[in-house]
Write a protein that binds this ligand. Structure first.
Ligand code: GDP
Length: 306
């Protein structure tokens, strides 16, 4: 079935157009409803949310007693916005907090995710947003397994104008780099410290140990404010599996969905929020430092349907 669906996606183009195409037919047959379901599944919305959405739409169409395109489009829009859960708090912890010692500490943000999802780029993009808001930022390059990863972050740091704490030794303890970054942030009176980590998904126990240790040392003087999980929107169900593993290893507080610029699979927003119970806070829309947007449910749905 998925193969048939994928073939259709190649033909159907954007999710919104496909949905509206079906919805604007004069009379909705059973086959049309099935096509709607297929379209939603193809966009990675997930089976349960897709079924719920269609049940609600069917009921509303019945009550409305017509399949006029305008009202249907509005209904679809409303139901999609509801699915994306507009009530979730999507703000980023970006202001100093008072530690157990009674003094202010920078907000600390741990950024996790599998290699290649866009973690380092996302850390750079978020820093850029914070710097534009006049916040003082320090970055920690706790991906110590690949020297290239720290180099990449250092390059971003100098472009954006923020200090990057790293270890000169490849293979250094990532937790100690994270600790040094937090300490540097505290000494400098920073607002936020962002820590980039390695994305080695060797096994769940290893991941838990590593992230757990980083989080513990970062929170010696004040609790870690955020753990952001970076997910590549183009990886579909595989991305969902990764998300679950990370969520079991560490308490995720928010999701950044990257590479939404290259996909019609925006439905993953619904699936991942539902699965993890935490909000998508930002979306990545390109490789450049400014290609990050806060996630706004209504805007997202409008873009999906445009
Ligand atoms: P990391 O290994 O998780 O740190 O991933 P990187 O930050 O190195 O990114 C991996 C690749 O994805 C790079 O080529 C980035 O330019 C690219 N990338 C990151 N975010 C986005 C995005 O939102 N859109 C697109 N199109 N590419 C992205």
């Amino acid at each position: 079935r998925m193969q048939r669906l994928r073939a259709r996606l190649a033909r159907s183009g954007a999710l919104g157009q496909a949905l509206l195409g079906v919805l604007s037919r004069d009379h909705l047959s059973e086959a049309d409803w099935e096509e709607l379901e297929d379209t939603l599944l193809l966009a990675d919305i997930g089976l349960e949310p897709a079924t719920e959405l269609l049940d609600t739409l069917r009921t509303r169409v019945k009550v409305l007693g017509s399949t006029e395109a305008g009202p249907l489009r509005e209904m679809l829009r409303e139901e999609l916005v509801a699915l994306v859960n507009p009530e979730m708090d999507r703000s980023l912890a970006d202001a100093p907090v008072t530690g157990e010692d009674g003094v202010p500490h920078p907000a600390t943000v741990l950024v996790v995710g599998v290699n290649g999802t866009g973690k380092t780029t996302t850390v750079a993009k978020i820093s850029r947003v914070l710097v534009a808001e006049q916040k003082k930022v320090v970055l920690g390059a706790a991906d110590t397994f690949r020297a290239a990863a720290a180099d990449q972050l250092a390059t971003w740091g100098s472009r954006i104008g923020v200090e990057v704490i790293r270890s000169e030794k490849e293979g250094a303890d990532p937790a100690s780099v994270a600790f040094d970054a937090v300490r540097a942030g505290r000494e400098q009176g920073s607002d936020v410290v962002l820590v980039d980590t390695a994305g080695r998904l060797q096994n769940k126990a290893g991941l838990m140990d590593e992230l757990g240790k980083i989080k513990r040392v970062m929170s010696r003087t004040a609790p870690v404010s955020e753990v952001l999980l970076v997910l590549d929107a183009t990886t579909g169900q595989n991305g969902m599996r990764q998300a679950k593993v990370f969520a079991e290893a560490v308490d995720i507080t928010g999701i950044v969905l990257t590479k939404l610029d290259g996909t019609a699979k925006g439905g993953i927003v619904v699936a991942v929020q539902r699965e993890l119970g935490v909000p998508v806070k930002f979306v990545g829309l390109g490789e450049g430092p400014d290609d990050l947007a806060p996630f706004v449910p209504a805007e997202f749905v409008d873009a999906l349907l445009s």
